[in-house]
Design a protein around this ligand. Structure first.
Ligand SMILES: Cc1cc2nc3c(=O)[nH]c(=O)nc-3n(C[C@H](O)[C@H](O)[C@H](O)COP(=O)(O)OP(=O)(O)OC[C@H]3O[C@@H](n4cnc5c(N)ncnc54)[C@H](O)[C@@H]3O)c2cc1C
Length: 439
């Protein structure tokens, strides 16, 4: 990897997400060598991915180069690499660009979509965990409407304009709301020769309420907001299969849709080699102690989505959200310095700042520590918080300008098919994607 030996201990961090970056920042100018490895060269601000998928923001405005975060620190090294194996015995990790030894290793690999073993759904549905996936979804949505214009088959047209989002957490709710706004405000103008009123946005939730991790008032208000926007909310229904067009559920209800977005579950990204099978939880998370140390591995730590720290307040581990990852990264950074100074470590305590979800223009729900509120004010708070946590001054400015523009103009101008997405399920479909791809 061309990383020089140093007299300082080497800390290798796998993953430049919320946790990895927060940790790296805490190690700046300390007597350590920091090697950060990520399979992408950018940090991805996942909470705004749905806006990329729906043409509200360009992908560049929610990504930030990892090298820029590390700029100016002499003992910091970044390598673009996918880590595939950890060898705890010899303190070596293997990656797509070679091996590297470590004194301390921090696993901050985040999470990936969980299909709960359903291969059909995995192959045929759309996920929204990464920027490329969001761009695929954006292309597919737009290609569907282009295709709907071309077909005389009413069934086919309806399936192209039918969107099914599975999972009533923040991602599902936010995406459904954004699609409903597109249907209302943009489609009739973009496709005057298509009856876009037939477009349907369906949000399918396995449980009996949306946003189950939030308060009941937030759930019911979010549902009301969505219904007002014209979203069909289906509760207590589980999607059981999908062949690319036909969606079956565990009830009599079924759908025909070319687009199914799977936002119904995540699991930690696991790297082979840790002898921790008994320490893995249902979601593949690694069990860690109060200092984020992987149980049984003194020199290995895990933070963020990949770590399961079971405490009295969080017996199932902390929520898989940005704040626990950031706070664990910060605490671990301080602890690693303390460890090297021979001082006792400080246990992690999560400071819950609350949670929020936006449904659409002027519509959001917020559960903060002392107060719960919904509506326009919640929407402004949501925007402020997301701008605040977005990495990079340029990104904040660009996102802010885009939001103001979209708000004033009722528009989303990034509805572009830059990189066509070719969905496998074909009949008349994808002629559009084919013809663009052939260009
Ligand atoms: C669509 C969506 C919306 C969300 N909305 C919210 C929200 O509104 N609020 C909120 O708090 N949270 C939200 N989350 C959750 C939040 O983004 C995660 O909890 C957070 O990103 C976890 O941080 P992390 O550091 O653990 O992992 P991540 O931020 O996911 O970072 C993991 C990093 O590891 C890298 N990586 C993975 N495997 C390897 C490997 N083998 N080798 C090298 N690099 C690797 C990845 O490229 C990535 O950069 C959302 C998530 C999604 C997907």
């Amino acid at each position: 990897m061309n990383i020089p030996q140093s007299s300082f201990p080497r800390i290798v961090i796998i993953g430049g997400g919320f946790g990895g970056i927060a940790l790296a920042k805490k190690l700046a100018n300390k007597d350590v060598q920091v090697v950060l490895l990520d399979k992408h060269n950018y940090h991805n601000f996942q909470p705004l991915l749905y806006q990329v998928s729906t043409g509200g923001l360009e992908p560049d405005s929610i990504a930030y180069p990892i090298r820029k975060v590390l700029q100016g620190y002499p003992n910091f090294y970044f390598r673009l690499a996918e880590v595939v194996q950890i060898d705890p015995k010899h303190k070596i990790i293997s990656s797509s660009i070679g091996d590297i030894s470590y004194d301390y290793l921090v696993v901050a690999t985040g999470s990936e979509t969980n299909y709960f073993g359903n291969k059909n759904i995995e192959e045929n549905s759309m996920a929204m965990k990464t920027i490329p996936q969001s761009l695929n979804l954006r292309s597919l949505i737009l290609e569907n409407f282009e295709q709907a214009l071309l077909t005389d088959d009413l069934h086919e047209r309806d399936a192209l304009m039918n969107f099914v989002i599975v999972g009533g957490g923040p991602t599902g709710v936010e995406l459904a709301g954004a699609l409903a706004e597109i249907k209302k405000g943009i489609l009739p103008k973009d496709y005057p020769d298509l009856d876009t009123r037939r477009a349907q946005i369906n949000l399918v939730q396995g449980g009996d309420r949306l946003l189950p991790a939030m308060s009941k008032i937030a759930s019911s208000k979010a549902e009301k907001f969505l219904e007002k926007l014209g979203v069909n909310v289906w509760k207590d229904i589980r999607v059981t299969d999908y062949d690319g067009k036909h969606i079956t559920t565990d009830t009599d209800i079924s759908f025909e849709a070319i687009t199914l977005v799977w936002a119904a579950g995540v699991q930690a990204v696991r790297i082979e080699g840790l002898d921790v099978d008994e320490l893995l939880t249902r979601g593949n998370r690694l069990k860690v102690n109060a200092y984020n140390q992987v149980i049984g591995h003194e020199a290995i730590f895990a933070i963020g989505d990949v770590a399961q720290m079971e405490t009295e307040a969080y017996p199932e581990g902390h929520p898989m959200m940005a704040q626990p990852a950031i706070q664990q990264g910060q605490n671990l950074g301080q602890n690693l310095v303390r460890l090297l100074d021979g001082k006792p470590l400080r246990p992690f305590t999560y400071k819950d700042k609350g949670s929020m979800a936006t449904v659409g223009r002027n519509k959001a729900v917020a559960d903060l520590k002392r107060i719960k509120f919904q509506g326009v004010f919640a929407w402004f708070v949501w925007m402020f918080v997301h701008l605040f946590f977005l990495i990079g001054f340029r990104n904040r400015v660009v996102v802010f300008i885009n939001w103001v523009y979209n708000y004033v103009r009722f528009d989303r101008e990034a509805r572009l098919i830059i990189r066509p997405f070719k969905k496998q399920y074909q009949s008349v479909k994808n002629k559009v994607a084919d013809s663009i791809a052939a260009d």
